[in-house]
Design a protein around this ligand. Sequence first.
Ligand code: NAD
Length: 350
Amino acid sequence: MKLLITGGAGFIGSHVVRLFVTKYPEYQIYNLDKLTYAGNLANLSDIENAPNYTFIKGDITDAKFLEDMFAEIPFDGVIHLAAESHVDRSISDPMAFVLTNVVGTVNLLNAAKNSWSGNFEGKRFYHVSTDEVYGSLHNPEDFFTEETSYDPQSPYSASKAASDHFVRAYGNTYKLPVVLSNCSNNYGPNHFPEKLIPLMIHNIQTNKPLPVYGKGENVRDWLFVVDHARAIDTVFHKGVLGETYNIGGFNEWKNIDLVNLLCSVMDKKLGRPEGTSAKLITYVTDRAGHDLRYAIDANKIMNELGWQPSLQFEEGLEKTVDWFLANQEWLDNVTSGAYQSYYQEMYSNR
Ligand code: NAD
């Protein structure tokens, strides 16, 4: 099995690459990544010399590069994670999201289709997507199922929705062997500190304000990233072609409750009196078009493919905090340079 994983230097991709490289020594794993601000090969330093692992630096918006790569390496499978992934960045620069998430995905579909040229035996194209394509839930009893209509609200979710539609269209039109999953919010080691949980951990450590959007009422369903990687392994190997699987932890948290829990974990870890970190909470102008609630019904993957999350949230959060405290150098490297100027721009006027 020659398996191409795109976006493997990013947050989720690095956990997927590590899982496949270590669990399937008989597979050849190729990690294709452009190494944008979000891609970091330090995420994979523990497996970079594994005999079944190869890193390829490249850009999925470059169709010719992809065609040449597929001509050189006869891939049997693709797990596609490469994307622009941050909603706030999609609001300030939507075109980057159209190019990578939509055009890049179609380039990859074309490269796989042309290289496999109708011989799909043993082949599989797996597209990793988000629950944000479904828009926002308004009724507290509702969950996103695989039948929920798409209603994306941000340029990020619109670009992911478009990419999902193209993947399904290639399955229908060209019979490309595709499978998809849509997952809730991930958290865990290697998470880039522009996202809620690592941003809060970093700001608590450095005694900076903890910016909470609006009144902190937005609800998200959180899943430990290693459990998402395990789910991706399950869907890649056992998912029925043409199907979509929703992945989530049945673990809903209001942003403000999550931040308070994190403050209390951090106070304990840093040996500060309870309540110290919570004093840093600062409410900032809400994100434009901010969806109120996301919640995933993950019964299909649980019942049909036998996947279950392995960690309770409190346990996962503590593991995450421990990882960030033990990996100060990783955080310092990531928070220097370009990220600093982005952070200034995002939060200086709020
Ligand atoms: P990330 O931003 O941490 O990583 C994305 C990776 O893609 C980076 O390594 C980056 O260098 C690479 N990349 C970006 N543009 C590229 C290009 N043009 N060519 C090649 N590589 C490129 O993202 P993530 O949080 O790990 O998300 C990975 C995937 O999972 C995305 O498709 C995202 O939509 C999806 N997803 C994320 C979450 C979440 O909570 N983070 C939840 C559900 C689904």
